[in-house]
Design a protein around this ligand. Structure first.
Ligand code: AMP
Ligand code: MN
Ligand code: MN
Length: 322
């Protein structure tokens, strides 16, 4: 952490980046880091390739996050919540030309990319690591930074329910409340106000659930057609996998989500994102890694170009090993 702090202090133009299709931790850690660097009077750009999901647009200074990297004269890139550099999307080539890349993350599959790494797989969220960094730098926390950190921890722990929930999650969030964070207000934004389309998508998603013969694996499917029918976006699929995971005796739940812009060489071939969740008895990070993805032992994902039936066969075959 000390070398990162001295590099930050010596840098003048910093770009902070998190993964595409951002979740609450990717955006929360991005904003908390950005606001802290601005407090140090650093010229700071906040970048994310994807649009900010509607449920996170209430976050302070969220409009400062840009989707294009015009300037290339950065002397430091801070990459957040990414297990590999490709997770940032198309900016990889620009970022690879920046003289110093700092990798701050909590994924067990982190590839240790970049020049300096701050990886803590016991942290509940990248927002937790950013909190420790801000503290170590003696940057005063304000309500804006606190709101971003709180949202990152709240969402990555599934509201303090997932297995990554640790003591720090509660201690830090309590401190964020002291700084003026209103937990009801945040949960209303993040979980309490869904579009009608999102609820209708939930209906289609629940209807799509299939269970392996031995009852240990569940599969939920979200196709492009379902998004079109309900006028929804990929972000509206966030969290739906938890319904498939909750089913009694299920060890691994998979959500197969067809990419909006993905059309493969033939009609039924397409790009899919597969999310995996486990009850703790199966390491899904290892499974995702074999398909070029990554994540945590009980929550991971990968991208695959294939047909829906082929992907389902792969996942159902996993059930035979359980
Ligand atoms: P998701 O698949 O979006 O439900 O993500 C579950 C976890 O796996 C998150 O911590 C992601 O950061 C991680 N993850 C998802 N997809 C990938 C991927 N293609 N490569 C590496 N990590 C991933
Ligand atoms: Mn994330
Ligand atoms: Mn995270």
């Amino acid at each position: 952490m000390d070398s990162i702090i001295s590099q930050i202090k010596n840098s003048h133009r910093i770009v902070v980046i998190s993964h595409t299709n951002p979740d609450g931790d990717a955006i929360g850690s991005l904003i908390a880091t950005g606001l802290s660097l601005k407090a140090l009077n650093k010229k700071t750009t906040l970048y994310n390739e994807s649009p900010i999901p509607a449920v996170y647009r209430f976050l302070p200074k969220v409009h400062q996050v840009v989707r294009k990297l015009d300037k290339t004269d950065y002397d430091l890139a801070i990459v957040l919540d990414c297990s590999n550099l490709e997770r940032i999307g198309t900016a990889v080539s620009v970022v690879n030309r920046i003289p110093l890349i700092v990798n701050i993350d909590h994924h067990i599959t982190n590839t240790h990319f970049g020049h300096i790494q701050l990886i803590d797989t016991s942290a509940c969220a990248t927002s937790e690591i950013v909190y420790w960094l801000i503290k170590k730098m003696n940057i005063p926390l304000d309500k804006f930074i606190a709101t971003a950190i709180y949202t990152g921890i709240l969402t990555d722990t599934g509201s303090f329910r997932f297995s990554n929930t640790n003591k720090a999650a509660f201690a830090i969030c309590r401190e964020m409340l002291d700084l003026g964070v209103d937990p009801y207000d945040i949960s209303q934004h993040v979980y309490g106000t869904y579009s009608l389309g999102r609820i209708k998508l939930l209906n289609l998603a629940l209807d799509s659930i299939e269970i392996s013969n031995n009852g240990k694996v569940s599969i939920m499917t979200l196709t492009k057609d379902m998004f079109v029918e309900t006028h929804t976006q990929p972000e509206d699929g966030d969290g739906l996998i938890n319904y498939a995971k909750r089913i009694q005796d299920i060890k691994v739940a998979a959500l197969i989500q067809e990419h909006h812009n993905g059309n493969g060489p033939s009609e039924d071939h397409s790009m899919y994102h597969v999310s995996l969740r486990s009850d703790g008895s199966v390491d899904v990070a290892t499974i995702a890694s074999t398909f070029g993805g990554g994540g945590h032992s009980s929550a991971a994902g990968f991208n695959i170009e294939s047909t829906l039936s082929e992907i389902k066969t792969i996942i159902l075959n996993l059930a035979n090993t359980m």
